[in-house]
Ligand binder design. Structure first.
Ligand code: NAD
Length: 457
């Protein structure tokens, strides 16, 4: 890998001379990115088809259209977000004035995975630009066609000292960069295993991190759920992008009284969405590479296949598959599946369901299908990054909601204003006038305890 140190130092200087501070500068960069996304639209579609066999429609919902929504939202609100926030001042500090200033962090590093390669690199980038930072972008090496288009976009739009695009093997490039340079923040999206490595590397220099990780997101289908709607919504989310979605329902816990009905409905909807032969369907994706293909194929042996189970090595195709009779001790119930295999497990009581979910605590997402407010309330007490009630994954498309995990599924959040906040330091400012300076604040303090207790409580 090239020595990036001079470039990274140049970025630091560019940041320190205050180039990125003004509203006009930030707005101009967001507009430039927007124009480039429009200009390169067809190339983006071709690249995402090459890497992941995504249709244009799927791309718009989950990749370039998703980013466009974030861009438009940032452009509409940037001025408001940048304003200092006036807050109240307590009696102790009378007659001071208090405000919170949003200060850019500096030079930040954004690392993205391959499953939504454009969305997951450019969505945090919007927050970082809006907040006035310089940015190093590290895409995944496993979606090379999309990486090449993104590189073209970034290099055409921005100077290297402002936004630097760094490709390469993550295990080599990232530690080398972190050794050469002290970033002001690292925003990482990817697996929990690599997240731990990033966290450790960052800790050496006390670099703050946002970690957007993975895990097993459970899906509950209660006895009183609308089974047809539940099956439809679970199927579209689970098998979209060939199951390679961080918030895909990893497995379904269905009330034992509804198991057969749910499986029948899931099969009906899978056939409606992807046809009898999903390998011929233009709306059905492929596995990213042979390693992930082999990893997922191995799970097929760990239960009874009730639908699907076919695969074609050369096409990296795995059929949408429903599997039952899986053991909680098997790998399929320990690892994040990240592929188109959906285990269905039945439960009879809330406590039993809760116990199964607790085996992989703090999931990134949790989906609750029920028509009972009481049950919904009970399930909402289970800790998770985010929740959909009678839906799956769509919470992340509402930029008014924070998106992120907790514990093993991540730390921090973004989307919309939350991205701006993630890439800003909230600086506390207290301004005290000089015309009033009560002597009680100064020594001698003897005899003032009673007064202090009145003022400080
Ligand atoms: P990954 O962790 O293998 O790679 C992600 C990024 O880290 C890549 O850019 C890669 O180059 C880099 N990297 C890999 N090894 C590294 C190392 N040793 N040191 C430093 N950097 C390294 O993840 P992936 O396989 O690309 O993505 C799949 C995972 O990401 C799944 O677990 C999924 O749930 C998760 N994910 C989470 C979200 C979210 O928003 N929370 C979104 C998408 C994917």
């Amino acid at each position: 890998m090239d020595n990036l140190s001079p470039l990274l130092q140049a970025m630091k200087v560019f940041f320190e001379i205050g180039q990125t501070l003004s509203y006009d500068f930030r707005r101009k960069q967001l507009l430039t990115l927007k124009k480039a996304l429009q200009h390169f639209e067809e190339e983006i579609y071709t690249a995402l088809y090459t890497d992941l066999k995504k249709s244009k429609e799927e791309c718009w919902v989950t990749e370039n259209g998703f980013v466009m929504v974030e861009l438009n939202n940032a452009l509409r609100n940037l001025e408001k977000w940048m304003q200092p926030e006036t807050v109240s001042t307590n009696l102790l500090n009378f007659p001071s004035f208090s405000k919170i200033i949003n200060e850019p962090l500096g030079v930040v590093l954004i690392i993205a995975p391959w499953n939504y390669p454009l969305q997951l690199l450019f969505t945090p980038l919007i927050g970082a630009i809006a907040a006035g930072n310089c940015v190093v972008l590290k895409p995944s090496e496993f979606a090379p066609a999309t990486s090449a288009v993104m590189k073209k976009i970034i290099q055409q739009c921005f100077s290297d000292e402002y936004i630097l695009f760094v490709e390469g093997d993550g295990a080599t490039v990232v530690p080398a960069m972190l050794q050469q340079f002290t970033f002001h923040h690292i925003f990482y999206t990817g697996s929990t295993a690599v997240g731990k490595i990033i966290y450790q590397l960052a800790a050496e220099k006390l670099v703050p991190v946002t970690l957007e990780l993975g895990g097993k997101s459970p899906c509950i289908v209660e006895s009183d759920a609308n089974i047809n709607i539940a099956a439809k919504r679970i199927a579209i989310t689970k098998f979209s992008n060939c199951g390679q979605m961080c918030v895909a329902p990893d497995y379904v816990l269905v009330h034992e009284s509804k198991k057969e009905e749910l499986i029948t409905a899931l099969i009906k909807h899978i056939r409606n969405f992807f046809g009898e032969d999903a390998s011929q369907c233009e709306n059905y994706g492929k596995m990213i590479n042979a390693n992930h293909f082999d990893r997922v194929i191995n799970y097929l042996k760990e239960g009874t296949i009730v639908y699907g189970g076919d695969f074609i090595n050369q096409q990296l195709y795995i059929q949408p598959t429903i599997i039952t009779n899986v053991s909680l001790n098997n790998n399929i119930m320990k690892d994040e599946i990240f592929g188109p295999i959906l285990p269905i497990i039945s439960f009879s009581t809330f406590e039993e369901a809760k116990h199964i979910i607790a085996q992989n605590s703090n999931p990134l997402a949790f989906y609750i299908f029920t028509s009972s407010n009481k049950k919904e309330k009970a399930y909402l007490q289970i800790p998770s990054g985010g929740v959909c009630v009678n839906n799956a994954s769509w919470h992340l498309t509402n930029h008014a909601l924070p998106f992120g995990g907790r514990g093993f599924s991540g730390t921090g959040q973004y989307h919309g204003k939350f991205s701006f906040d993630t890439f800003s330091h909230k600086k506390a400012v207290l301004k005290t006038p000089t015309w009033f300076d009560p002597g009680v604040k100064y020594p001698p303090f003897k005899g003032k305890l009673k007064l202090f207790k009145m003022l400080i409580k």
